[in-house]
Design a protein around this ligand. Sequence first.
Ligand SMILES: Cc1cc2nc3c(=O)[nH]c(=O)nc-3n(C[C@H](O)[C@H](O)[C@H](O)COP(=O)(O)O)c2cc1C
Length: 374
Amino acid sequence: MMNEKYAPLFTSFRFKNGIELKNRVVMAPMTNFSSNEDGTVTDEEIQYYERRSEGVGMVITACTNVTANGKGFPGEFAGDTDDMIPSLRRLASAIQAKGSKAILQIFHGGREVPPELVPNGDVVSASDIPSAEGKPVPRPLTSSEVESIIRDFGEATRRAIEAGYDGVEIHGANGYLIQQFFSSHANRREDQWGGSLEKRMAFPMAVVDAVQKAAAEHGDENFLVGYRFSPEEPTTPGITMADTLALVDALSAKNLDYLHVSLMDFWSEPRRGVEDTRPRIEIIKERAGDRVPVIGVGSIYTADDAIKAFETGVPLIALGRELIIDPDWVEKIEQGQESEIVTKIDNSKQQELVVPDPLWNAIINTPGWFPGVE
Ligand SMILES: Cc1cc2nc3c(=O)[nH]c(=O)nc-3n(C[C@H](O)[C@H](O)[C@H](O)COP(=O)(O)O)c2cc1C
């Protein structure tokens, strides 16, 4: 029997558009490097999701690229052509068959794409600023190309609807194209897409508009549209907490279904841009207020970590690495076995954990990323 202490995590949650989740735990978007060369999903990938979709209320998929030049990872599944709809549908159906809502994360890698993964090695971004020394120098997008990518986000949304997803999450986080336009580091443009804080928001806002328009045209009124962002960049220039609060205001005015704050540590504190020393998630949640629900994420390993995070008032919490390490994380709490939750990757359990080879190899060869891999 479940320990009463954790019961709040197992109450249902209703988005304002009507979609109801059975509980407050979401699977965070995680790239798995395991799709076919042609961009279709593999059996291994489907099995990996099936193994993790039963306990949580909602699964956000790995990111999928909306244009060919947005592909950010080897083995990423594609969402950039109608030919991909059957593959997209296979994934949505597999997740939904386990009783969870399926959200497709839509993305463009911008200056972070490996040149060998994109046509002609043409790496594009807002401006010609590499993300770090030694990284490719991107080619600034022309304004007609900017508009074309905005339309592509709308088209990927239509495909998500045709493939049966419950919603899409716009990937505006982790340093990829949408964040690049918002960033004073990556974006040095002086046209309508850059220059001031407001103009740096123009691309993210145009993407939101295109996605919402596609949702209204092709989906029913329940189709969810969420937005994920990273609250700060370490570089100067770069996104500050003050910039982020302005973004939260702009996003909150857009009638989005949720905001998702991308963090490795739920409790991380601001670097700069505000006097406030409370955790970023609390500042952001307060700013969003009643306008839009906020999903929190980052190093929530135990049932007590989860309830403590939930007590900040965020209505939903997401789990990434934890669901790879222990696919039964949610069920164990539900069954009163929270002390059995595994919090370190067990090197000998790849088969049992149902993790495809490319993801497994990335995990065990990247020290410091997953607990248990030093
Ligand atoms: C293997 C892996 C792949 C990831 N891929 C994505 C991704 O495609 N999109 C995204 O927004 N975040 C991605 N993330 C970040 C996670 O969604 C999450 O924010 C991060 O892992 C912190 O949460 P956790 O401590 O619960 O793992 C990835 C993380 C991991 C571990």
